[in-house]
Write a protein that binds this ligand. Structure first.
Ligand SMILES: NC(=O)c1ccc[n+]([C@@H]2O[C@H](COP(=O)([O-])OP(=O)(O)OC[C@H]3O[C@@H](n4cnc5c(N)ncnc54)[C@H](OP(=O)(O)O)[C@@H]3O)[C@@H](O)[C@H]2O)c1
Length: 326
């Protein structure tokens, strides 16, 4: 028998702006009936991302009037209620299929994904294949579309030699795989404990830190032509420039302090970035389901441990996605 839909749900929310472990607290929230083109999803897993910690710390605005603020950018679960005309996201409007109660779905971008249930606009709802585990589904899309944006923004191609800064991270490990699939040679920076993983993917691992540009040069087969930065340190940008990569082929999702260098900064805004990210979704889901794309889960946490998960993610942490299980 189908589980009856929840009328209220526990949701993790920032009660003030600060360190997630201190300020994220469980709230009991009502679950409204979905309006037109909305659905209610019972969450089975919620992906944990660094941006959730940055929002909680107030780095994207700290207006007290927005508190309590529900946190969580992506989730996967089961549809429990469907509003009028709700249809799955598709880049082409004509391809949008009807969403039904009982469907297994991914919600990205979610608003308030750290919850037992959430209300979502249908434009954020994607069909989850049954063979794709809920935790992987919940941790796939934010990092996946970002990696695809990095690759597309600088048009990585088979004749490129690419350095990926932070190649064992959640975004970096997908960027490494996408670049390799295009036929590029890939050097990737990571802590030594992650080198064997990068070798398994097919990349040449290099330790970050002093002397990075020389190590990358020694490790690469030819001149480095593209740098994809998922770390945002000056070292990542400076070493890329020192290797002679033109700023127009250095793409970063985190080095926003280096805008004056003329590098390509990506935050998902702008028509091109939105298009690249939207067009990547179906392929990411298909490849994660078939196993052609490796998405590791490092750890799962109970929903109420969201703050601890985000605090751990902000420092050195095990490789792979952190996922909350409501
Ligand atoms: N602009 C956007 O659209 C966008 C989208 C998604 C994410 N982001 C941002 O991108 C960053 C990465 O996100 P993520 O989810 O991939 O995080 P993540 O899984 O924590 O990966 C970050 C990786 O950086 C590596 N690292 C740490 N310190 C380093 C250093 N000094 N030099 C080189 N590498 C270092 C770590 O690798 P080791 O463990 O090997 O040390 C870690 O795995 C975050 O700041 C996030 O907010 C931006």
């Amino acid at each position: 028998m189908a589980t009856p839909p929840l009328r209220t749900a526990v949701a993790m929310a920032a009660t003030e702006f600060g360190d997630p472990g201190k300020v994220l607290a469980p709230l009991t929230v009502d679950i409204p009936a979905p309006g037109p083109r909305q659905v209610v999803v019972q969450v089975r897993a919620a992906g944990v991302n660094p941006i959730d910690g940055k929002i909680t710390r107030g780095l994207f605005g700290a207006d007290p009037a927005t508190l309590p603020r529900r946190i969580g950018s992506e989730a996967a679960g089961i549809v429990t209620a469907v509003g009028d005309g709700a249809r799955y996201f598709a880049p082409d409007e004509a391809d949008r299929r009807e969403i039904c109660v009982g469907d297994e779905v991914i919600v990205y971008r979610a608003v308030g994904g750290y919850a037992q249930a959430l209300l979502a606009d249908d434009s954020a709802v994607h069909a989850k294949p049954a063979a794709l585990d809920f935790p992987v589904a919940a941790g796939l899309l934010l990092t996946g579309v970002t990696a695809a944006d990095l690759i597309g923004a600088v048009a990585v191609a088979a004749d490129d030699t690419v350095v990926v800064h932070g190649g064992a991270g959640a975004v970096g490990s997908i960027a490494v795989q996408l670049a390799l699939r295009l036929g590029a040679d890939v050097v990737a920076t990571a802590a030594p404990r992650n080198h064997e993983f990068l070798e398994r993917l097919g990349a040449v691992p290099v330790v970050y830190g002093d002397g990075l540009a020389e190590r990358i040069r020694d490790a690469s087969v030819g001149p480095v032509t593209v740098a994809l930065d998922t770390v945002g340190t000056d070292e990542a940008v400076d070493s890329s420039l020192a290797l002679g990569v033109p700023p127009t082929r250095i793409a970063s999702i985190a080095a926003f302090q280096r805008a004056d260098d003329g590098i390509v900064l990506l935050d998902g805004s702008g028509a091109e970035g939105k298009r690249r990210r939207a067009e990547a979704i179906a392929g990411l889901i298909a490849d994660a389901t078939s196993g052609d794309l490796i998405v590791e889960i490092a750890k799962t946490f109970p929903l109420t441990q969201a703050g601890a998960a985000l605090d751990e993610l902000a420092g050195p942490h095990p490789r792979g996605k952190f996922v909350l299980l409501p």
